[in-house]
Design a protein around this ligand. Structure first.
Ligand SMILES: Cc1cc2nc3c(=O)[nH]c(=O)nc-3n(C[C@H](O)[C@H](O)[C@H](O)COP(=O)(O)OP(=O)(O)OC[C@H]3O[C@@H](n4cnc5c(N)ncnc54)[C@H](O)[C@@H]3O)c2cc1C
Length: 341
């Protein structure tokens, strides 16, 4: 393992790997520090929004999956569909995404160190972490980022805490839309992942019960029928995390580590890939403050629209969301497009 690189990336999830690839493609030397050496699975809806697909393609990454033609909002008695105008998204199993990104990073000569980061040192010329000396550190270590905390950028969050659960089922997908079922207290996302596989992700409060929530949505329970579970159930959260700023000197936060609102609009991966690109641009220019401004611009819709939808979803207005979207399909479509591009 080299001890001197241009960029060290802490966290080898999808955003850390994409940042490492971006940096290599820009001619920088890169090492990733990640505790897990295997294909990494994680609770996720696994829907790549249309804008994420070209961001991966420019990295030379094209993971197998199922085309996603749009989003369907469903309540007990209303339904509204929006077909993506900006091309299809893709339902991709997290382990498949990880393998594709990992293979590309290896091909480009990204170095890997297995380990968990628990401290780092920053000085005027660079950063030292787990014995690696680098000009820049990208913190891509997820929702509960250690880098964010160590950098003093962690900010407490108030308000209702929301979590996600997911599991896969061995059944032929019955739709090529991301199907969102608005249950009384939770949202259920169904994403086609392969010819014989769907992913089901449920977002809600800490006490959300997976089986009970699905059983309460008759059309979904009927589609899943007696399908066999094809993965262990996994959870993640609480979603809402905030950083005071996305950078601190030579340390730049990317992906969920830089702050997260909620999975309700499903664009965490697209945004993370975009941030990886912006972070590399900023270090090439030698000016991390450029990253702060670019990060703010790139996350504006996520913070405003996703934040607004979560506020409505956790208020007495919740029951009006699907009827309103069905009554105003153009407004619904405009919001979906802004977040999916
Ligand atoms: C239920 C649910 C549904 C979702 N649905 C969607 C969806 O449909 N579409 C979408 O785009 N997004 C979705 N998201 C969001 C998406 O999963 C995240 O935005 C995405 O995983 C962020 O990637 P990341 O690489 O930043 O973080 P992560 O995927 O969390 O990766 C972080 C990595 O850092 C490593 N790490 C952690 N701590 C350390 C440390 N101290 N030292 C070194 N390494 C460390 C971890 O091992 C991990 O590999 C969903 C999220 C949830 C929870």
């Amino acid at each position: 393992m080299t001890s001197d690189v241009d960029v060290v990336v802490v966290g080898g999830g999808p955003v850390g790997l994409s940042a490492a690839i971006e940096a290599r493609l820009a001619g920088l030397t890169v090492a990733i520090v990640e505790p897990r050496a295997c294909a990494i699975d994680k609770a996720c809806g696994e829907g790549l929004m249309p804008g994420a697909v070209p961001l991966l393609a420019r990295l030379g990454v094209d993971p197998a999956g199922m085309p996603l033609r749009g989003v369907s909002y469903n309540s007990a008695d209303r339904r509204v569909d929006h077909l993506f105008r900006s091309g299809a998204g893709r339902g991709v199993r997290r382990t498949t995404l990880h393998d594709s990104l990992s293979d590309r990073a290896r091909e480009l000569g990204v170095e890997r160190a297995v380990g968990r980061v628990e401290s780092f040192h920053q000085d005027a010329d660079g950063v030292t972490v787990n014995g690696i000396r680098a000009g820049w550190l990208f913190g891509a270590d997820g929702l509960h980022s250690t880098v964010r905390r160590l950098a003093g950028l962690e900010r407490p969050m108030s308000g209702r805490r929301r979590f996600g659960l997911r599991q896969h089922f061995r059944v032929q997908p019955w739709s090529d839309l991301i199907e969102v079922h608005w249950a009384r207290h939770a949202e259920v996302y169904v994403t086609p992942i392969a010819d014989d596989l769907v992913g089901v992700a449920i977002l809600g409060g800490a006490r959300t019960d997976f089986d009970e929530t699905i059983a309460g949505i008759a059309p979904l329970a009927a589609c899943l029928g007696p399908a066999m579970a094809a993965s262990n159930r996994r959870g993640a959260g609480p979603f809402r995390q905030r950083a005071a700023r996305p950078s601190w000197g030579r340390v730049l936060l990317v992906g969920d580590a830089s702050g997260y609102v909620d999975a309700i609009t499903g664009e965490g991966l697209r945004l993370g890939f975009e941030q990886a690109r912006l972070a590399v641009e900023a270090v090439l220019g030698g000016d991390p403050s450029r990253y702060d401004a670019a990060w703010k611009r790139s996350t504006r819709d996520f913070r405003a629209l996703t934040g607004g939808l979560v506020t409505a979803a956790t208020s007495p207005l919740r029951g009006a969301i699907v009827p309103l979207a069905a009554t105003l399909p153009n407004l619904f479509g405009t919001v979906v497009e802004r977040l999916a591009r």
